[in-house]
Design a protein. Structure first.
Ligand code: CAA
Length: 261
């Protein structure tokens, strides 16, 4: 894999691509160069047949403390409008393979929004989430108002966005923002995310990607359209070798050997 300046990439386990945000001095503030590299690394893993799931993490102290405030502070409307500031942040949502966020420490502003763009979030007990943009005289710009509202409802989202207060890993779990708060210990959240990625990567990748597409459709389509979309994807999977293999293996009482075809 390529060398980057603001992130690290590796393949710690069979089928898993790991991206580690790596601007420790700025608590992984999401500068434009970092986001370009992140998008490039995501695209690289998405195109790599040996990768079935991607894990995105930061450091123990910070997943990411938000967009880079020092980079933003002197910008004018004409700069941010003409240069489509933050528009390329949505590249993450076009990735076909599942992305698991492993969050320790601060996930604030754009950091919280980046985690919300991932498909599954695992959190350390130390994780701190929040949308503090109101304290900077702005509002979330990376999808926070929309994705939080979909995840936790209007009243809680309003409270968080309008007061800027942080919320804990435990609150995030209770509200369903994260799927699990892992046990204590340095590196534990990455370890569990990589294990989960390995498990997902062992399934048929076409079915995994179809499952991701179908769940995401629930956030964009009406129920009737979503059910139809799901059923058509389900029908389509009968054209794959993995469906033949998966169902034959069940009938023969053996483990399926998926070939992702
Ligand atoms: N942008 C740029 N630099 C940042 C940063 C950010 N978002 N967050 C932290 N840093 C830098 C600090 O400026 C500091 O740099 P120096 O050592 O050069 O001074 C370094 O990281 C360490 O930070 P602190 O000294 O502040 O560490 P702390 O432990 O005292 O506080 C913190 C940690 C509470 C996370 C605090 O850094 C903080 O409040 N950060 C900003 C959080 C924030 O407002 N995020 C939202 C950004 S706006 C946004 O994201 C818009 C959007 O929707 C896309």
């Amino acid at each position: 894999t390529k060398q980057y300046n603001n992130i690290l990439t590796s393949k710690p386990e069979t089928g898993v691509g790991l991206i580690t945000l790596n601007r420790p001095k700025a608590l992984n503030a999401l500068s434009s160069p970092l986001m370009l590299e992140l998008n490039e690394a995501l695209a690289e893993f998405d195109a790599d047949d040996s990768v079935g799931a991607i894990v995105l993490t930061g450091s123990e102290r910070a997943f990411a403390a938000g967009a880079d405030i020092k980079e933003m502070k002197d910008k004018e409307f004409s700069d941010v409008y003409k240069n489509r500031f933050l528009e390329n942040w949505t590249a993450m949502t076009k990735i076909r393979k599942p992305v698991i966020a492993a969050v320790s420490g601060y996930a604030l502003g754009g950091g919280c929004e980046l985690a919300l763009m991932c498909d599954i979030i695992l959190a350390s007990p130390t994780a701190v989430f929040g949308q503090p943009e109101i304290n900077l005289g702005v509002i979330p710009g990376g999808g926070g108002t929309q994705r939080l509202a979909l995840a936790i409802g209007k009243s809680r989202t309003m409270e968080l966005v309008l007061t800027g207060r942080n919320f804990t890993a435990q609150e995030a779990e209770k509200w369903g923002v994260v799927s699990k708060v892992v046990g204590e210990g340095e590196g534990q959240v990455v370890k569990e995310a990589v294990e989960m990625g390995k498990l997902i990567a062992s399934k048929g990748q076409i079915a995994v990607q179809a499952g991701k597409e179908a769940v995401n459709a629930a956030y964009e389509l009406t129920l009737a359209e979503g059910l139809r979309f799901e059923r058509r994807l389900f029908h389509g999977l009968f054209a794959t070798k993995d469906q033949k293999e998966g169902m034959a293996a069940f009938a023969e009482k053996r483990k399926a050997n998926f070939t992702h075809s």
